[in-house]
Design a protein. Structure first.
Length: 427
């Protein structure tokens, strides 16, 4: 099933439903009036752009998964994708503050990077604008541990209640400050507090950590690629960190299981870490050499390295697989993307904080949460994308996805050892 230009309308509806359904926890701590107002504001934002929701897609509280509530509908011809996103994330009531927001995001690098940081920020904006909470973002001025700590302290000094940060560069900074500022809550994405020597430490009660089951998304991408008909595949990772490794090892496991299921003996994979998150000539030349040698599709995983792989794919009329966010709009050479819904994980975490009266609940405080298919946080994009598989259907995908989600298919998350696979892998 190809959704083509119909999908932006479906996406806007799905996000509205996410905001209505995920945020229901706010009512648990005297927040119900806020949520009633937020639904009204969300509807007003949509109506401001003259987007008409069919009656059967009106926003209402429900615990039924989004996919089961929806059906594909035609997008009105006059509706533009960017207009709809602007309507959804329109700051009509001035919740964004240059300084002094309750929720503060401190990105490691560019805020609007088109991938990782932007996804985190979207999650913050979705929650804050729906719940009527002020938010800000501050930059890190430098790349030392002291610089990251200064950025966190700046947020504290400006009355932040929740500080959101992500990645390994914040792990030591959060550990150094978590006990010094018990009145502030930290949301650490893709990281766990570490001491100065790099040893993992338990988060304090004012810290909640979120990591992802990237191996599940990688598995689904690899399995579906083989089912589609690809036999010579590649993986180019960025820096050899745990999330990147989990993506890659999951990819290998999915390729291997699909090859075994189809009784294939001619499947091979080239595998390489570039050691950077930035695009570069070496990455592009490596991808070009692989494509010229017969590689049909390359999974590019890690920051912006996909830009170099995509240039090579377009040059050779080959395909690539994106990571973290849906990258299908970048090019027709993007087959699919192994995504982790960081925005959803951020919304879930912030909802817990505010529903618990301005602190992490007992199940979140000092805990590391692994978000995967079970939490609707890993998978391949289907509804709000261009479905480019020709030999496998969305029904085929959902059957596989639900097997992973229910635990019927277990994907190893081990990063210390390479997965044992039968297909040929050239490391």
């Amino acid at each position: 099933m190809k959704t083509g230009n119909k999908t932006p309308f479906v996406f806007i509806i799905s996000v509205c439903l996410v905001l209505a359904s995920i945020l229901t926890g706010c009512g648990q701590a005297g927040q119900q009036p806020v949520m009633e107002q937020s639904r009204k504001e969300t509807k007003e934002a949509v109506e401001a752009e003259r987007i008409i929701l069919p009656e059967y897609l009106e926003v209402e509280e429900t615990k039924v998964p989004i996919q089961e509530q929806m059906q594909i509908v035609e997008e009105p011809e006059e509706t533009d994708w960017h207009d709809m996103m602007a309507a959804l994330l329109s700051d009509m009531y001035g919740d964004y503050k240059e300084e002094g927001g309750e929720i503060v995001f401190i990105p490691d690098g560019m805020l609007i990077d088109g991938i990782y940081n932007e996804s985190i920020y979207d999650g913050i904006r979705m929650y804050a604008l729906a719940a009527g909470v002020s938010f800000s973002y501050y930059e890190v001025e430098g790349d030392t541990l002291e610089d990251y700590q200064k950025a966190l302290v700046h947020a504290v000094d400006n009355q932040a209640r929740v500080i959101v940060c992500a990645g390994e560069n914040f792990q030591k900074a959060v550990f150094a400050l978590q006990d010094a500022y018990p009145q502030v809550s930290f949301l650490l994405i893709d990281g766990v507090p570490e001491d100065i020597s790099g040893e993992t430490k338990n988060p304090a009660d004012n810290v909640h950590c979120v990591t992802f089951r990237e191996e599940q998304a990688g598995y689904l991408a690899g399995y579906m690629a083989v089912m589609e008909g690809y036999r010579q595949l590649g993986f180019i990772g960025g820096v050899e960190t745990a999330p990147v490794i989990r993506y890659g090892y999951g990819y290998l496991q999915g390729i291997d299981d699909a090859a075994d299921q189809m009784a294939l003996a001619d499947v091979s994979v080239k595998y390489w870490y570039a050691g950077t998150y930035e695009p570069g000539q070496e990455i592009q030349e490596t991808a070009l050499a692989w494509y010229e040698d017969g590689t049909e599709v390359i999974f590019a995983c890690g920051g912006r390295i996909y830009e170099s792989v995509l240039e090579a794919a377009e040059d050779q009329d080959r395909m690539m697989i994106g990571a973290d966010m849906d990258q299908c709009r970048e090019s027709e050479c993007v087959l699919t993307s192994a995504v982790k819904d960081i925005a959803n994980a951020v919304v879930i975490s912030l909802d817990d904080y505010y529903a618990s009266g301005g602190r992490w609940s007992e199940s979140f405080a000092g805990q590391v949460q692994r978000c995967g298919a079970k939490e609707n946080c890993t998978g391949l994009p289907v509804l709000n994308t261009e479905w480019r598989f020709e030999n496998v259907t969305t029904d085929d995908y959902y059957k596989l996805y639900h097997q992973v989600r229910r635990g019927e298919i277990e994907v190893s998350d081990t990063v210390e050892e390479r997965p044992l696979v039968s297909v040929t892998v050239e490391y």
